[in-house]
Design a protein around this ligand. Structure first.
Ligand code: OGA
Ligand code: NI
Length: 356
């Protein structure tokens, strides 16, 4: 979503989301869903909920077992149809996942002035705050974010990494390292499921692949019928790993013209593919459209980790996935982050613009 730096062109709103949430004030129309957006607000409760996959069965050593082969088939069909799943068997303890959510919540509970020490610069991407407002027509998200780059390590802007709570940086660093290991397993499994050499995807990301995190904070909202926490979007990443709130739902995925709730499974990690995997897989795997709805009672937190190729590396459909039956769908692109942002500004869908 976020992209290259651009100055804010519209003056800030009179009241912050935090003030409106605390006071129960009616949000201004800038937050209201547009009539023509993908409706309706109430989601269809699916009979086939988003799949659960045991990723311990997808590691190289397990894949040769019978359980491994079956799970790999399920993994492949899930990525082809949904583009997302709930991952269990990821090896991270529940207490550690609680800690990650907890440091996020503790940061968000700090006084506004304290959080603002880590504010996103008007022309920057990283740091704490709301999305930049780039046009008067933009529908605003009912959320706060803390967006930080973890890798390459020498690009960390530590001055934007909270020092309060004191263990914030350490927990985030450890979480990033652990999620990266999971992403590596997923890259290999994706390649194997398509009968490709196991590094076919991961090698495209380069030595200095990017890893970023976004802590999302969604406050209770007096008008959940009209206001979204995050508008419908697909992620620009390769892979996104999302730690959901332990109790409060909100995430929904769009499939077969319906919105599906992603239920809370406290120890699971939601994995969804981003646009760059859809491109590299020549459209075989999906980068799902998703959104976050608001609720009038409780705050919700989530922590997303995104990986991306080195910006200068050109990515495109992997050779082995292009043939007469499945001609090349996408052209080569580089710096998808900027490309994505330019598309967003022009109001065009990035994946459509990358088509041949
Ligand atoms: C995101 C996102 C979903 C959520 O950060 O890109 O889609 O549940 N988050 O917060
Ligand atoms: Ni997203």
């Amino acid at each position: 979503m976020a992209g290259s730096p651009v100055a804010t062109v519209v003056p800030p709103l009179a009241q912050s989301v935090q003030e409106m949430s605390v006071n129960g004030n009616e949000p201004p129309p800038q937050y209201f869903l547009k009539e023509n957006s993908i409706q309706p607000m109430d989601s269809y409760l699916p009979s086939d909920p988003i799949p659960i996959i045991d990723i311990s069965l997808l590691s190289s050593s397990s894949l040769s077992s019978k359980g491994g082969e079956e799970e790999l088939q399920k993994f492949k069909s899930t990525l082809t149809s949904w583009g997302c799943f709930q991952a269990v068997g990821h090896g991270l303890s529940s207490s550690f996942l609680d800690k990650v959510r907890e440091v996020g919540k503790q940061f968000f509970a700090l006084p506004v002035e304290e959080k603002e020490k880590y504010s996103r610069a008007t022309d920057g991407i990283e740091g704490y705050g709301n999305d930049p407002i780039l046009s008067e027509n933009q529908v605003l998200d009912w959320s706060y974010r803390l967006f930080l780059r973890l890798q390459p390590v020498d690009q960390r802007k530590l001055r934007l990494w909270p020092e309060n709570p004191t263990e914030f940086r350490e927990v985030l660093d450890e979480y990033g390292t652990k999620v990266k290991i999971i992403m590596d397993v997923l890259f290999k499994a994706m390649a194997k499921s398509l009968n490709l050499e196991e590094n076919s995807f991961s090698s495209r990301f380069g030595e200095r692949a990017v890893m970023q995190t976004r802590f999302n904070f969604y406050l209770s909202c007096p008008r959940p019928d009209l206001v979204l926490g995050v508008k419908p979007h697909s992620d620009r990443s390769g892979i996104t790993v999302l730690l959901q709130d332990k109790e409060v739902e909100g995430l929904q995925v769009f499939k077969d013209d319906k919105w599906f709730k992603v239920p809370v499974i406290p120890h699971a990690l939601v994995v969804n593919l981003g646009d760059q995997m859809q491109i590299m897989s020549n459209g075989i795997f999906k980068s799902p459209i998703h959104r976050v709805v608001t609720n009038s009672e409780r705050m919700r937190i989530s922590v997303a980790m995104f990986n991306e190729p080195e910006p200068e590396k050109e990515i495109g459909p992997v050779e082995g996935l292009i043939d007469e039956k499945r001609p090349r769908l996408y052209r080569d692109v580089k710096n998808y982050a900027s490309f994505n942002f330019e598309c967003f500004q022009k109001g065009v869908v990035p994946l459509e613009s990358a088509k041949i």
